[in-house]
Design a binder for this molecule. Structure first.
Ligand SMILES: NC(=O)c1ccc[n+]([C@@H]2O[C@H](COP(=O)([O-])OP(=O)(O)OC[C@H]3O[C@@H](n4cnc5c(N)ncnc54)[C@H](OP(=O)(O)O)[C@@H]3O)[C@@H](O)[C@H]2O)c1
Length: 189
């Protein structure tokens, strides 16, 4: 792709915020890879100038395949960003909240984001790129009876700590990591 000097991977690009982010970045000259789970979601991305990559963040084989796809397509262009946007909501009254739903949310929102970050970290370190991970800050604002009060905060904390550790390892002389509004942002540069 002539003129493109930087690549970005955005997970969960089929709908919502992820779909908006990929279009925004594609309009600004990035080589954008948007991950989807269903083949029928690919065409809309391709029409918007976004390379669709199949990935389920809970499936390590699919993450590895997606990484290979991105590596091949980049062909030497640096990967400068990863947006961990894929996620599912999990909130409700604590007494009634099914544990299986909580396990699933942690698997997608926390373990999934860590797994995808691990997969792309070598490329991001090489380019001193950025990692943006969405957190469910809204959970900490809900009423005391809501599960978000109990489940959201530890989840955010763990994800933040992982991101900081990843960034520390990316630098010999210390890392720069900072929060930026709704998503948490970290820079390897
Ligand atoms: N909207 C809000 O008010 C809000 C508030 C707090 C946090 N957030 C967080 O912001 C992010 C985006 O929110 P949104 O409102 O745009 O949500 P959304 O429209 O439901 O989009 C979620 C995206 O994540 C994908 N996804 C879900 N499970 C996945 C999995 N196992 N593997 C790969 N992709 C998966 C979905 O793909 P499919 O289409 O295949 O399901 C979809 O592309 C989420 O992480 C959400 O938790 C949103």
């Amino acid at each position: 792709m002539p003129g493109v000097t930087r690549g970005v991977v955005v997970t969960g690009a089929s709908t919502g915020i992820g779909a908006a982010i990929v279009r925004h970045l594609a309009g600004r000259g990035f080589r954008v890879f948007g991950t989807v789970r269903r083949p029928e979601d690919e065409a809309a991305l391709e029409r918007a100038g976004v390379t669709a990559v199949r990935m389920d963040v809970t499936d390590t084989v699919s993450i590895a395949r997606a990484r290979e796809h991105v590596e091949r397509a980049l062909a030497g262009v640096p990967l400068c960003g990863l947006v961990n946007n894929a996620g599912i909501p999990a909130a409700g009254p604590l007494e009634l909240f099914p544990l299986d739903a909580l396990r699933r949310a942690l698997e997608v929102n926390l373990i999934g984001a860590v797994a995808v970050t691990q997969a792309f970290l070598p490329r991001l370190k090489a380019s001193r790129g950025r990692i943006v991970s969405f957190k469910t800050a809204i959970w900490s604002k809900v009423e005391a009876m809501d599960l978000g009060r109990y489940a959201g905060t530890p989840y955010q904390s763990v994800l933040d700590r992982f991101r900081r550790a990843a960034l520390r390892g990316a630098e010999q002389g210390g890392s720069t990591a900072f929060r930026c509004g709704f998503p948490t942002v970290g820079s390897t540069g």
